[in-house]
Design a protein around this ligand. Structure first.
Ligand code: BTN
Length: 299
């Protein structure tokens, strides 16, 4: 081990002690070396070994943050590179879409924000939320086997309830996005009864849906690797491919829905999304295109 790493035996031992201090179980095997026999459920050290590309190459891992999106936006404004990720075990000011609060207790869920510097115009930026929701749904399906779907615009759903969501923030010039932050919140091992009364009936977690606990590290790594993969798909195959992947994973299309957008409540059939991710709604009075709002599936 020391030969391979170019370190003295004492230096290897010191690193092993550091890992033990962080919750890794490492057995010493006489005359052979060390063997890893257990890893913490969520750690930067393991996460770094699982990252395959640019997204997640640089990770800031914190016990507590106000909001990882706020940290990422600030860091991006100071020049942090594409692919930098902020992860927190808990948030004191977690933000959801439409000015809502994102419940962010410690030890159970994933809260992370990814800085992206894409070559897109501000109008095209919704593609980033679409591709991120596709990446999250794909990664969750692959790591858990659960049939995770996407409710327009980017809610991650399982068993008819919300499992997670995405909050996109960005800074742009009139013709180009300077940087964007994709904030991802996913309920992993949270009990439903830990949720506030108003969201309890509509929210869930991976543990509630599968009846067992899940390790957060491999799930977070899979999501980051899948975002990388989707960015490459956008670059190589264009937006059409992202839109069709979103359509395949969507549980909204074809459904009777109610959408609240501003003061208006609209009812109709969700027929499709357009090139910019806007919802096409067929109502009794005609076809409407909706760019943002709160949507409920009726049946
Ligand atoms: C939604 O309302 O569906 C979006 C929720 C996004 C929550 C995540 S948690 C990590 C990141 N930091 C925040 O403050 N919000 C996002």
């Amino acid at each position: 081990m020391s030969r391979e790493l170019g370190l003295s035996r004492a230096a290897v031992w010191k690193k092993i002690e550091t890992l033990r201090g962080k919750g890794f179980a490492v057995e010493a095997v006489p005359a052979k070396g060390y063997r890893l026999t257990g890893a913490p459920e969520f750690s930067l050290e393991e996460l770094e070994t699982l990252i395959e590309g640019e997204v997640g190459k640089n990770i800031v891992f914190l016990g507590k943050a106000d909001s990882t999106n706020d940290l990422a936006m600030r860091s991006a404004s100071e020049g942090a590179p594409h692919g930098t990720v902020f992860i927190a075990d808990s948030q004191t000011g977690g933000k959801g879409r439409l000015g809502r609060t994102w419940v962010s207790p410690a030890g159970v869920n994933i809260y992370m924000s990814v800085i992206l510097r894409p070559e897109l115009s501000p109008r095209e930026a919704t593609l980033l939320t679409l591709l991120s929701s596709v990446a999250c749904a794909t990664a969750l399906r692959r790591t858990t086997g659960l049939e995770v779907s996407i409710k327009w615009p980017n809610d991650l759903m399982a068993g008819g309830r919300k499992l997670g969501g995405i909050l996109l923030e960005m800074r742009s010039e009139p013709d180009r996005v300077l940087y964007a932050v994709v904030g991802i919140g996913i309920n992993i091992n949270m009990k439903r009864n830990a949720l506030p009364d108003i969201v309890r009936p509509i929210a869930t977690s991976l543990m509630e849906e599968t009846g067992k606990k899940h390790r957060r590290t491999p799930i977070a790594a899979e999501i980051l690797n899948e975002i990388e993969n989707m960015l490459k798909t956008l670059e190589r195959k264009g937006r059409g491919r992202i839109l069709s992947l979103w359509r395949e994973l969507s549980s909204t299309l074809g459904k009777e829905v109610v959408v609240t957008a501003g003061d208006e409540t609209l009812r109709g059939t969700a027929t499709d999304i357009d090139d910019e991710g806007r919802l096409i709604l067929k109502t009794k009075t005609g076809i409407l295109t909706i760019s943002a709002g709160d949507l409920t599936h009726l049946r």
